[in-house]
Design a protein around this ligand. Sequence first.
Ligand code: GP9
Ligand code: MN
Length: 634
Amino acid sequence: MFNKKLHMPLFIIAALLFGLKTYIVYRFVFNISLENPMQELILLINAFVVSFFLFAISVWFKERRQKKYIKYMILIGSLIVYFNIVFYRNFSDFITIPLLFQGSNAADLGSSVLSLLKPWDILLFLDVAMVWLVTIKYGDKLMIAFRHRYKTAVLTLSIALLVGNYVLAEVERPQLLQRTFDREYLVKNLGLFSYHIYDAVMHSKSKAQRVFADGNELAEVEDYMKDETSIQEKTDLYGIAKNKNVIFISLESLQTFVINNTMNGEEVTPFLNDLIEDSYYFDNFYHQTEQGKTSDSEFIIENSLYPSPRGAVYFTHAQNDYHSLPEIIGNEGYFSSVFHANNKSFWNRDVMYENIGYDKFFDVNAYEVTEENSVGWGLKDKDFFRQSMKYLQSMEQPFYAKFITLTNHYPFELDEEDATIEKYDSNSNTLNSYFQTVRYMDESVEEFFDYLKESGLYEDSIIVLMGDHYGISDFHKKAMSTYLEKEYTDYLHVQLQRVPFYIHIPGQEGEVISKIAGQVDVKPTLLHLLGIDDSNDLSFGTNLFADERKDYIALRDGSFITNDYIYTKDQCFNRATGELIDTTAGLDEEKSACEPYIEQVQTELLYSDQIIFGDLFRFYDFKDNAIEEAKEEE
Ligand code: GP9
Ligand code: MN
């Protein structure tokens, strides 16, 4: 049969196979939410339309090059799809260009990456194998000298299909390209490849933004920040921690849902639960991180700005001018340091830390790391705290010391002898193991508190604890839904972005504070407690103890939380009940529930991006609180 002439041009066969594969991946590998038949249809269409475009290009090649183009196109296209799948399994997100330039991090992922590959993944290359086999079998018979008319027709058709796809997408979701907080929308409507092209354009645009930025741009942003977020209310707690040491513990991947909760009848975090009693504990505190994960959370705490919508700002804008926490408290006589037992270059920390004014970074080289005392990503948390004490005890005071834990990191590996709670039993190994590493982290923090007490540092310090970002992505919806005994809705997804936040002031009674709060609020809150006047600061957060506060918390994807409502993915929910508010009918009041905030949140995020992409703080003099044209770079 192989001697017969092949009737269908190879590019059409490849387009169909690759289109089908991408559709299957969209539908069954990525967790893309499809709300109506129209969205289902667009998803199906875009897979084939984009695939057709990619392979139709081949007709313009000389005969002998057509085969080569198609063979390599399907291989490269499949690799792009596959890399996205591997990335998605960990982050529930798609790759962005800035992330690709962070190769140094990828090399460090080690065991994490291996656990993201599955044997059946090989099936994802079936279309590649088929196209390559066909080219081998049919050889030169596949070469066709297409007529010029045919070439033009194919090109016109493929462009018309792309435009048609775009029009449908615009109808389904107006202003798709202008409002791109959610990468899933782009992939769902335009496909993975169009998304990557869009991302590349956005990336170059943000690079160019710095070159063209000038001080004038800052004026509007400054006005906004002064009006909306500069609240100078002094509470009873103002200066309560003046000249005390600040110990900040960043708790890897810790989410609020485990606090005061049980698993198989056992408390998950006994120490952290007890700590609530004598701490200010915020139970509606949201992380606001994006792709930069831990580094994003650090960035938000240090600057009270939003992280970048793409990539990690620690990588992309590490050289900017900032007005960061370490610098501000450094001016008040504090010695600032970071403790983290990982390579110093991970997340580009060494460069960023230096720039924003940390005096010292105790990276992996400051620790004795052996096979016995490591697991997963490196040094076990208990050893990390134990070994850190000698540095802390000899540090000049007052100090600001940030500790970043590591053991409770995906894929949540733990040695058997360190496990003091059973694994959970569900279809997600990730969630099953999570409880064990969370418990381990809880114990290690308890030990750290003991060391602080023994060393006498405890009395002179305030201790702040915060979960950096989610640990269980919505890739584990089913297991989470079983554990929480709740349906996994978009509302629940937002509520799961809550992370624990504690301010522990020895000698001070505790309180559970349920007002809405976010990571952007940490910097102004700490400055308030330290009695440092921040009226010259420009930030997006507000002091958590003040009564008069900004009345919403914005997440980086444009979702937000107000006292009464939660808005996400174009839906407005009642915050208390989780009920979806029908904004097309019903009371006028309900109609306008989320509406007034939607634009403001977008504006706020945009302003933050302008500051970062334009490096606008280089034009600002924080001492005089004024824009300085002359303060251009030297
Ligand atoms: C790496 C650690 C984990 O040093 O902070 O980073 P994450 O993957 O959570 O961003
Ligand atoms: Mn982290």
